[in-house]
Write a protein that binds this ligand. Structure first.
Ligand code: PLP
Length: 399
């Protein structure tokens, strides 16, 4: 395949390279035949929610998958994060990164806690004891670490650090389904981990999520906070909610689990194709999975070095959008620059230099079920052309 000529770039008025938008998310969905069979089954039973047989089966299978004592399925990960904070009996502040999806920090507000935003490591994009330590004081009761992209924090070091400071530790592992650290699945670290089964994630229930823990007492509280206990008698909790997973969600999740090895293999292939095509675009660096012995290759995360590539991250995004390529800046801005914290904590933002840097440089490329090998190849050619003709593209963007 030859690289497109300048006059073939959509930013200069040519036809977009892709007829339909190329999205960022994983967007796997089971085949119609499988879907229909599962849903006929639900209709025949006429049991649609309240810890039904499919949700129970999913929880048992996820416990085996993660190698944990308890997997507790919920409506989505945001509710799961709120429930996790509530189950740990936290007070005051929780140290958490600003470089994350907004739900991480918002969940703390919903649980009547305050996020104390810390910085992240530039290589892994995750928190470390060194980035957390400056934010510890007597009001801090926990650390909410985020396992990002295709990799993770160093969970064992964080466990030791949290224990040494007498803090609870829980993980937003929304991105980390199927990843392992030294052969141990993410899901068994800290007090609780929370996973998202949103349609854009590597493991989908269309909407959904689960909490994992090896602590029987926390699990009992979580089941009561969620409602529909699922196992064992009720235990007293201060607040309950409705975080129940429906049978429709559980059905999609069970099909995702069945297809998961194929999804992983497909992701790995796409990641390899991107690695090869990005190597031809100087100034664009693909983030390789960090700290994990097994990855899900869920995201194509790229650091844009503007001087070398010729376009800034935001200029590149605009040029790609013209081609119908829906790449995203994710995360931008950092949570500390969003409401309500931007106002509340004004003046403290300069303390997060790595977060600020990544918010300006990082972007996600399309991947997942709707992206073909051929699409990645075409995208690679476009990147090469965009970089070679960067001055003309910049000029076109200014007009
Ligand atoms: C890091 C992170 N945390 C939490 C969430 C929230 O997940 P959900 O959409 O299942 O509520 C997301 C979703 O994108 C996420 O990326």
């Amino acid at each position: 395949m030859t690289a497109p000529h300048l006059d073939q770039l959509a930013i200069l008025g040519a036809k977009p390279a892709f007829e339909r938008p190329l999205p960022v998310g994983q967007l796997y969905f089971p085949s119609w035949e499988k879907y229909e069979a599962r849903f006929r089954d639900i209709f025949a039973r006429q049991y649609y929610t309240n810890q039904g047989p499919l949700t129970q089966e999913l929880e048992r299978r996820l416990e085996a998958f993660f190698g944990v004592r308890h997997a507790i399925c919920v409506t989505n990960a945001t509710i799961g994060l709120i429930m996790a904070a509530e189950s740990l009996g936290l007070k005051g502040k929780v140290v958490t990164p600003s470089f994350t999806f907004i739900a991480t920090a918002q969940s703390l507000e919903w649980a009547n806690l305050r996020p104390a935003f810390c910085d992240i490591d530039l290589r892994t994009h995750c928190v470390t004891p060194e980035t957390i330590a400056p934010y510890l004081d007597e009001d801090v009761s926990a650390i909410l670490a985020v396992n990002l992209w295709n990799g993770s924090c160093d969970p064992r070091t964080l466990e030791e650090f949290a224990a040494a400071h007498n803090l609870k530790l829980f993980f937003d592992s929304a991105h980390s389904f199927g990843c392992e650290v030294d052969g141990v699945p993410i899901g068994g670290f800290g007090d609780v981990e929370v996973f998202s089964f949103h349609a854009t994630k590597v493991f989908s229930a269309a909407e959904g999520g689960c909490l994992t823990t090896n602590n029987d007492e926390i699990a009992k509280r979580l089941r009561n906070i969620r409602s529909s206990y699922g196992a064992g008698p009720p235990v007293p909790v201060v607040k309950t909610s409705n975080g129940r997973m429906s049978e429709a969600q559980a059905a999609v999740a069970l099909m995702s689990l069945e297809d998961f090895p194929a999804i992983l293999a497909r992701n790995e292939r796409l990641f390899g194709l991107y690695r090869a095509c990005l190597a031809r675009a100087p100034g664009l660096r693909l983030l390789e999975p960090t700290n994990v012995s097994k990855t899900n290759h869920q995201y194509i995360v790229v650091d844009v070095e503007a001087e070398t590539f010729g376009l800034t991250r935001d200029q590149l995004l605009r040029a790609l959008k013209a081609e119908n390529i829906v790449a995203r800046r994710y995360f931008h801005p950092g949570a500390h620059r969003c409401m309500p914290w931007a106002d509340r904590d004004s003046g403290k933002t300069a303390a997060l230099p790595n977060t600020e840097t990544l918010c300006e440089r990082i972007m996600q490329f399309p991947t997942g079920a709707l992206v073909s090998d051929e699409a990645v190849a075409r995208l690679g050619d476009l990147l090469e052309t965009l970089s070679k003709r960067a001055p003309d593209v910049r000029k076109a963007l200014e007009e």
